[in-house]
Write a protein that binds this ligand. Structure first.
Ligand code: NCD
Ligand code: ZN
Length: 351
């Protein structure tokens, strides 16, 4: 059956993904085309096992990504280094100034998947942060405390007050990307702060709240970190994204895990959304009456924050009369990965 004539189309500059997990090996090979199909560039997270800590490791990982890219696809991975208490400021300076690395990633130790090598004592990374401020290298932040006595739903708000604000005060000039923000507290902080700061928002945090995870049975494929919060927070994220605020842009945090690792008594955190992210975002921006702001969110604000030119080529999104069906899973050599289910009809696809 042929598709009925599209009701509406929307052409925007090709988007970038400012927070992405590509993994390695068989998983990398399976998920990379899902991103490269729509996105020109992505900030690639360094939380491999073992993590990407040095310039040499980032160079090796960059080569493996380039090699995994199918013939005919073009995609630029923007590499990151995983900040540890042993990160060498000279190695980082070399990695950044040579153009190999675009940013450094801060995981508080134990905050999320593969974050055991993260930072415990922030005094130990002072010299690195100062070097970064000097050379202009952005710090991407997983903004959650890991203190046992802080409730998981409060970990982002507490992080802002007890970690992020002190780091930014102590390191004037440090450019920060607060990644995958999930709360109205983070929206208020990022939009109100002085100095160089931006924030990414994931597709799924614009579409799900904590009820999606917990009501009617536990839904492991909606579990990610930071965990989705109550609905009012999701609404705050939708409002700021739909406003086109220049400090706020797309970072999908698309984070593939094999189904059997998610569907487990201790299911791991991460939602895989690379396949249908742009379609889902068009749906969200249409619902918000803000289709004219999708380009700012997905294609313009991110490059501006990172000091890069926006992409020159375009993609076209098409609105259909009937809901679009996306593949439920992506196959890898070691098992299937479930694609994000937005839980409601999506009428858009990428042409
Ligand atoms: C990410 C992963 O699986 O690597 N998981 C997630 O829930 N987002 C790690 C991260 O970005 O926190
Ligand atoms: Zn992530």
């Amino acid at each position: 059956m042929t598709d009925p004539a599209p009701l509406q189309t929307l052409t925007i500059r090709r988007p970038d993904d400012w927070h992405l997990h590509l993994r390695d090996g068989a998983m990398l090979k399976a998920v990379l085309p899902e991103t490269a199909r729509h996105f020109a560039r992505a900030i690639v997270m360094p939380n491999l096992v073992p993590p990407v800590v040095t310039a040499a490791q980032a160079g090796g990982y960059h080569a493996r990504i380039t090699e995994a890219l199918p013939e005919g696809m073009s995609f630029t991975p923007l590499m990151t280094l995983y900040l540890t208490e042993d990160t060498d400021p000279a190695d980082l300076r070399h990695a950044y100034e040579s153009g190999l690395v675009t940013a450094v990633k801060l995981y508080p130790a134990g905050a999320t998947t593969n974050s055991a090598s993260g930072v415990r004592d922030f005094d130990k990374v002072r010299a690195v942060l100062e070097t970064m401020a000097e050379i202009g290298c952005p710090l991407c932040v997983h903004g959650e405390v890991t203190t046992h006595d802080v409730d998981i739903f409060d970990r982002e708000a507490v992080f802002i007050e007890t970690v992020l604000e002190p780091i930014r005060r102590a390191t004037p000039g440090l450019k920060v990307t607060m990644e995958h923000i999930t709360t109205s507290d983070a929206v208020a902080y990022v939009t109100g702060a002085d100095g160089a700061i931006g924030a990414t928002i994931t597709t799924h945090h614009l579409m799900i709240d904590r009820n999606h995870i917990l009501v009617g049975g536990i839904k492991p494929h909606y579990y990610c970190l930071p965990v989705a919060k109550r609905r009012t927070h999701m609404e705050a994220l939708r409002r700021i994204a739909a406003s086109g605020h220049p400090r706020v842009f797309l970072g999908t945090d698309s984070a593939p895990h094999l189904d059997h690792d998610k569907e487990s008594a201790c299911g791991c955190a991460g939602i895989f959304s690379a396949t249908n992210t742009m379609a889902c975002l068009a749906q969200v921006f249409e619902e918000e009456g803000a289709l004219d702001k999708l380009e700012a969110f997905a294609s313009l604000n991110g490059p501006a924050h990172y000091g890069l030119p926006p992409n020159e080529d375009r993609i076209t999104l098409v609105r259909h009369a009937a809901p679009v069906r996306f593949p439920a899973k992506v196959a890898t050599a070691t098992g299937p990965v479930t694609v994000f289910d937005p839980g409601r009809p999506v009428y858009w696809s990428v042409a």
